[in-house]
Design a binder for this molecule. Structure first.
Ligand code: SF4
Ligand code: SF4
Ligand code: SF4
Ligand code: FES
Length: 946
């Protein structure tokens, strides 16, 4: 059990290395130069009263409560804004200081409601604490004068409230929004007595620019900004540190609890991925864990048209085991397989692939990374030798140039976006390559140096054109290339990219941006000091996804931007544990640590540990399993925590495959879309109900800790273990730490990882082994993992998905901040206040041509299928491009996506579909049927309708 109140040192630590001595209240201490007197005192255990200072923000010096006396200096300076100096002698407690502080507090309290006993912050209010600390016993001015005590509350935000009557105008909220979040949604309006906190132009929080990150709430020292959950439930009484289960940033949180009830999630200051910050999802959107739609009892049915029947765990597990054995006896060992989840822990994922390889006896295991970052794994392992990003997040603080391509971090990876924005405000240059004008192109105090609004599907063309400029204008870092890379591969690549057909001028029309802009980007990237690449699914989800990843690696190697802080090639990974699920051997050709199943020594290692032979042949990928099902050779599947009927491309193909199987087992929190085709439903557990680890986009392994008992009775790894035992393959783990010990024994990049170290060090980044016992923040520092870096030829091959007269527009897809992927969790929280439905963004010119106005229903048709949704007319997308999110199943966005996929990994080409858009009268028949089927499935299961 952890603390609720963490120490607050008042100001940030100094980064200086030279030390100075200071005497505070008679005690001598050496601290780094630049440390504030307030912090130096706090480190000695002396808390100087304060209100406007907190150690997550720059010192401000407005409240005048932290005054001190310094020998030889006149007056009483503020200790938060005064740095220590060598030989300084400071007194923090004198009769004069006490009088001054009481006077300040008296003024605050004279304009503050006296309802401490019934205030939501009672027990967690710095104003209350300071009144006690300065010994305030009386307010000489009375409470009758003009005051703010009747100011109206703003309850517009679903998660927190704003009660200006309690505001002391300390500006902590304003500064948090600026310094930590970088949204600049708040200001102090008015002057003097009329000074007040204002979201936007005196708007409500909900209608302002606020993105609901909660940084202001966390910074507020009073009950002015407070979580509604705290007001409702009371103050938490213990806390447990755990990791966010949404995105690949991997924010660490303190789950602050009363008993087994989460009162609030507070980003953990010591979390090395987030340093005490969070976004709206991690901080507020945990309510799905106790949503009424949760299924908590196992269910069976013989046919998918039958009603569900609740059964005991014993019956459910025995049924699955007998069905899988029957199917294997009738159709062969390879007729079953499974899908691991990037939402589940490393230990759970490892166990599912072990069940499949050792219990099923085949390699038919795949994961959702197939549909997102499999090209990252392939591309980076070919060029650098490791299937992971090169940097830690802190590295961005040393970047001089940031090249952002195919990613929208303010929506997809918000906490990292805040770090990035901070660095950009400090002066780093930003290049955005994206078909859509994402927020970062222009956001308060950040403007991209160049935005290339490229045509969807032309990533490889633009990256090769950038390489052309770097080679032909001799911007190559020859020393780096000479020392670190394969010379022959470099020579071939340089010759290839230098060809005229790869010049910006030759490719500009294809790419859809002026050649001069491409040249400008190449010069900024190659010539501006530390240049870091960050990319997302806008790179990978293409027929040339792997080629584009290799093209990024080529650029970084050619310019020497790998192997030190501030540089690198960094995939912004989508799901909380997509890195981990790939690391754990979820792909059909690889065991944990990306080792091919065909390698005898690797197989032998696992065979001797697991006591069973391992098939040397790679198994089936997700699309191949579905193809085989339609062909009649694949009959049973175990799907843990994935919703392929909603998240994978070409839904008709998925549903046909699932419908053709004899035993579909879905393990999930909710009756998701895939469960409509299931014969067995095994209820899963949330991240709040389990122990384990997640690995974030920086390869950082962090603990997930159980804060409440699983509502379904078991953690997900226990369910897999029961299934293995029923199938006759014994497993006997008592705790996920034992699974991690096995992972460490079998995986060279994990040999130094264990729960004791994670407890001690908080987190570690793999590789963590005898060469790097504390992990590896930056990869490829002394040399590439594969030895020498390898350049690859990146010939641009246009996708087969072509626009034409019937389908003249290109559809691309993405996410928005408040929702998460297929929305199974976020749609079951108050985050729906921001996004009730997916919309189709269309340029005003294209809309006008089609007679479409804002909010109209439109038909979105492709060669694969059609769906309907409402239009949003905006110039964020270029003419010829339309864009939508895919958070709502009713949207059926994946009905229109095609089955084209990455040549190397089968990652679907979600980002490019030729479409036509025309006015429509509302949802298609298929959408209505789909919604009705969903409602019916839920009715049969006895769950409340959404
Ligand atoms: S919640 Fe975040 S974005 Fe909104 S005002 Fe507070 S700090 Fe700014
Ligand atoms: S809302 Fe809170 S943090 Fe903001 S100025 Fe008022 S008291 Fe300070
Ligand atoms: S940025 Fe990602 S990991 Fe962090 S709180 Fe938001 S969703 Fe969770
Ligand atoms: S805490 Fe130093 S002036 Fe407010």
């Amino acid at each position: 059990m952890g603390l609720i109140h963490e120490p607050d040192y008042g100001t940030k630590p100094s980064a200086a290395t030279d030390m100075v001595s200071v005497v505070i209240d008679g005690q001598e201490r050496r601290v780094p130069a630049g440390t504030s007197i307030m912090r130096a005192a706090a480190e000695m255990g002396t808390q100087i009263p304060k209100l406007c200072a907190t150690d997550s923000l720059d010192a401000f010096g407005s409240c005048r409560l932290c005054l001190v006396e310094i020998e030889g200096r006149p007056g009483t300076p503020a200790s938060c804004t005064t740095p220590v100096a060598a030989g300084m002698v400071v007194r923090t407690q004198t009769p004069q200081l006490a009088k001054l502080r009481r006077g300040v507090m008296e003024l605050y309290i004279s304009d503050h409601p006296l309802d401490c006993l019934t205030c939501g912050a009672n027990g967690d209010c710095e104003l209350q604490d300071m009144a006690g600390a300065v010994g305030l016993r009386d307010v000489r001015y009375g409470y009758e004068g003009v005051n703010h005590c009747d100011a109206d509350k703003d309850l517009s935000n679903p998660y927190f409230q704003f009660d200006p009557s309690k505001c002391i105008v300390c500006s902590r909220c304003v500064r948090a929004c600026e310094e930590v979040q970088g949204t600049f949604a708040l200001t102090i309006g008015g002057r003097g007595f009329g000074s007040h906190v204002s979201p936007g132009m005196d708007e409500s929080f909900f209608s302002s620019e606020c993105v609901s990150c909660g940084a202001c709430v966390q910074a507020c020292p009073t009950a002015t900004l407070i979580e509604k959950s705290v007001v409702e439930l009371g103050q938490p009484e213990h806390s447990v540190v755990t990791t966010c289960a949404y995105c690949g940033v991997g924010c660490a949180f303190k789950a602050e609890m009363r008993g087994e009830t989460v009162v609030r999630m507070v980003p953990w200051k010591d979390g090395l991925a987030n340093h005490g910050h969070s976004c709206v999802k991690g901080r507020f959107a945990w309510g799905y864990a106790t949503h009424r739609d949760r299924i908590t009892k196992p269910m069976l049915r013989d046919k998918i048209s039958d009603p569900w029947r609740e059964v005991s765990w014993d019956e459910a597990i025995a049924h699955v085991a007998s069905e899988f054995r029957r199917i294997q006896a009738s159709y062969g060992k390879g007729a079953i397989g499974g899908i691991t989840s990037s939402r589940c822990t490393n230990e759970e994922t490892f166990l599912v692939q072990k069940l499949i390889r050792a219990g099923f006896g085949n390699n038919n295991v795949d994961t959702c990374a197939r549909v997102c970052h499999s090209p990252t794994g392939y591309g980076l392992s070919q060029t650098f030798g490791t299937s992971a990003g090169t940097q830690d997040f802190d590295s961005v603080e040393q970047a001089d140039v940031i090249l952002l391509i195919g990613a929208n971090p303010t929506d997809g990876h918000p906490v990292f976006a805040s770090r990035m924005k901070k660095r950009l405000r400090e002066g780093a240059k930003l290049i955005v390559i994206d078909p859509r004008r994402i927020d970062l192109v222009r956001t308060p105090h950040v403007t991209a140096s160049v935005h290339l609004p490229i045509r969807p599907s032309t990533n490889v063309a633009v990256l090769t054109a950038l390489a052309h400029v770097i080679v032909t204008e001799d911007l190559v870092n020859h020393r780096f290339v000479g020392e670190r890379c394969e010379p022959d591969a470099f020579a071939l690549w340089a010759e290839f990219v230098a060809l005229d057909r790869n010049s910006p001028e030759a490719l500009a029309e294809t790419i859809g941006v002026p050649a001069e802009d491409i040249r400008a980007v190449a010069r900024i990237y190659a010539g501006g000091g530390n240049a870091a690449i960050y990319y997302g699914l806008g790179i990978t989800e293409h027929s040339q996804g792997s080629t584009a990843v290799m093209a990024l690696a080529n650029l970084a190697m050619a310019t020497g931007n790998v192997g030190r802080p501030g540089v690198g090639v960094n995939p912004l990974r989508g799901q909380n544990n997509v890195q981990g699920s790939c690391d754990m051997g979820s792909f059909p050709h690889e065991l944990s640590g990306y080792r091919h199943v065909s390698t005898p020594e690797v197989r032998h290692l696992f065979e001797s540990a697991w006591g069973t032979p391992i098939d040397p042949e790679p198994g089936l990928r997700i699309p191949n399993m579905l193809d085989a099902a339609i062909d009649g050779t694949f009959k049973g599947i175990y799907i843990q925590g994935e919703d392929i009927a909603q998240s994978d491309p070409d839904i008709r193909h998925i549903t046909a495959g699932l419908s053709a199987m004899e035993c579909v087992v879905v393990q999930d929190l909710f009756l998701n879309e895939t469960a409509q085709f299931a014969h067995v439903f095994l209820p899963g557990s949330t991240f709040l109900e389990k122990n384990g680890t997640f690995t974030n986009a920086e390869r950082r392994i962090q603990r997930v800790r159980k804060v409440m008992a699983p509502k379904n009775g078991y953690e997900d790894w226990q369910i897999t273990q029961m299934l293995a035992n029923a199938l006759g393959y014994p497993m006997d783990y008592a705790h996920p730490s034992e699974i991690m010990d096995e992972i460490a024994r079998l995986t060279p990049t994990f040999t130094g990882v264990n729960y004791e170290k994670l407890e001690r060090e908080g987190s570690v980044q793999w590789p963590c082994n005898e060469n790097a016992p504390h992990g590896t923040p930056i990869m490829h520092e002394a040399g590439f993992v594969r030895g020498q870096g390898r350049f690859f030829i990146t010939e641009y091959v246009p996708t087969d998905e072509k626009v034409g007269p019937r389908f003249p527009l290109l559809l691309t897809t993405g996410r928005i901040l408040s929702q998460y992927n297929v929305g199974a969790q976020t749609r079951r929280t108050d985050n729906t206040a921001w996004h009730q439905e997916d919309l189709l963004e269309i340029h005003p010119h294209d809309a006008e041509q089609r007679g479409i106005a804002e909010g109209h229903w439109v038909k979105l048709a492709s060669r694969a299928g059609e769906t309907s949704l409402r239009a949003k007319v905006t110039d964020r997308v270029a003419p010829g491009v339309v864009y939508t999110t895919f958070h709502h199943p009713m949207t059926m966005a994946n009905v229109v996506t095609t089955d084209y996929s990455d040549w190397a990994t089968n990652c679907p080409e979600y980002k490019v579909t030729a479409v036509q858009v025309s006015p429509s009268n509302g949802p298609t028949d298929a959408q209505r049927d789909y919604a009705a089927l969903g409602r019916e499935t839920r009715r049969i299961a006895g769950v409340a309708a959404e």
